[in-house]
Design a protein around this ligand. Structure first.
Ligand code: PLP
Length: 397
């Protein structure tokens, strides 16, 4: 076989980081459902603990099924190493704990996922780690918001749920000059559409609950970055805070990620079509979709993303009550938070995923009461549109 690094993405998702000869010739990676591992002798046990000798010790430290997933994620993100966690938030919190200490400052994209916002608030209350939310749209704006104690720039791009895009090379080049680490939450794009490490960032985090898993049946997080940083997180925050992924959940992700490329192509195709239809509907005020040629940042999207992804948001010509009304009329599309599943899902960020953010700040982030977020699934796009259209038509225009 070619060197794994030279394989194409569509091949890597299926084959990389797994050699059946090392796992009983099983075509599908086995689930090593064990909490602990036996040592052939007292001496060898001691050597594994002191790391004088390799080998598994205990599944909170390392597990063979989880390791296959971690190595595959590293291959997909073109990173030196990967690491898996029990949730996306366990990955996000481990990343932030790695790059900050008491009294440091974090510069953040204008919008972040609600629980990430909650975590930043907690870091401030508990450890006096302040954060600033800024547009990060220009060199001046980024530089203006960097403080002497800034140790981390944390960004989501596209931002959940406003779909604003941040110029990763611009952010990383400025941060690098000042020795500041950059973390990118790549959940919305996946490594198929965007590779932040190649654009200069230090750590990539994901809610693997979303596209990486892809089937709405697992809560998980993953991270990728350079070997030293990942090894340090593995031996400190992940080991001692203990947010590890179970072997069975790792197996679900190994299975799910095999179809990532084909799923993403279909998610993108469907989202492009739904965005185009929504833009024409009289009860829709605005559509925010990075794959839309008229998206305010379409040239930046083209520069750093392969396609626009499967998530879009749209604002109704109406009020909060109208948003409630439209969502309640849907017959095919379930009302649910999360995204990246086979099913199209709709949710209302202001009252659901981003409800924890104070209303004034929420509006500044662009999350209005009339904004709905749609994770466009894998169904026939005509059926998705038919359901949305009949719901939108029940509003008087
Ligand atoms: N990051 C983003 C962009 C998310 O949308 C989410 C969850 O919705 C998370 C992180 C947290 O992931 P999890 O729910 O797997 O903990």
């Amino acid at each position: 076989m070619k060197n794994e690094k030279d394989l194409q993405f569509e091949t890597k998702v299926v084959h990389s980081s797994y050699n059946s000869n090392k796992h009983g010739e099983c075509l599908t990676p086995p689930i090593y459902q064990t909490s602990t591992f036996t040592f052939p002798s007292m001496e060898q046990g001691a050597k594994r603990f002191s790391q004088e000798q390799g080998g598994y010790v205990y599944s909170r430290l390392e597990n063979p099924t989880v390791a296959i997933l971690e190595d595959r994620i590293a291959q997909l993100e073109e990173a030196e190493a990967g690491l898996a966690f029990s949730s996306g938030m366990a990955a996000v919190s481990a990343a932030l704990m790695e790059v900050t200490k008491t009294n440091d400052h974090i510069l953040c994209s204008k919008g972040v996922y609600g629980c990430t916002f909650g975590l930043l608030q907690w870091l401030k209350d508990k450890h006096n780690i302040q954060s600033t939310f800024a547009d990060l749209g220009s060199e001046e704006e980024i530089k203006r918001n960097i403080q002497t104690n800034t140790t981390c720039v944390y960004i989501e791009t596209p931002i959940n749920p406003t779909m604003q895009v941040i110029d990763i090379p611009l952010v990383t080049s400025i941060a690098k000059e000042k020795g500041i680490k950059v973390i990118v939450d790549n959940t919305f794009s996946t490594p198929y559409l965007q590779k932040p490490l190649k654009l200069g960032c230090d750590l990539v985090v994901h809610s693997a609950t979303k596209y990486i898993g892809g089937h709405g049946d697992v809560i998980a997080g993953v991270m990728a970055g350079n070997a030293d940083m990942i090894d340090n997180i593995k031996k400190t925050v992940r080991k001692d805070f203990g947010g590890v992924l179970s072997p069975f959940d790792a197996w679900l992700l190994i299975r799910g990620v095999k179809t990532l490329a084909v799923r993403m192509d279909r998610h993108c195709e469907n989202a492009e079509k739904i965005a185009a239809q929504l833009k024409k509907h009289p009860n829709v005020k605005a559509v925010y979709y990075p794959g839309d040629k008229e998206h305010a940042q379409s040239s930046l999207v083209k520069k750093q993303m392969r396609r626009g992804g499967g998530v879009l948001s749209f604002e109704l010509n109406g009020s909060y009550e109208d948003a409630v009304h439209v969502v309640n009329q849907l017959q095919l599309i379930p009302i649910a938070v999360s995204l990246g599943d086979a099913e199209t899902l709709i949710q209302h960020p202001a009252s659901m995923t981003h409800a924890v953010i104070p209303p004034e700040q929420r509006v500044k982030m662009g999350i209005t009461n009339e904004l709905l977020r749609l994770s466009v699934g894998l169904e026939a796009w005509e059926d998705i549109w038919q359901d949305l259209e009949q719901a939108l038509n029940t509003l008087s225009s």
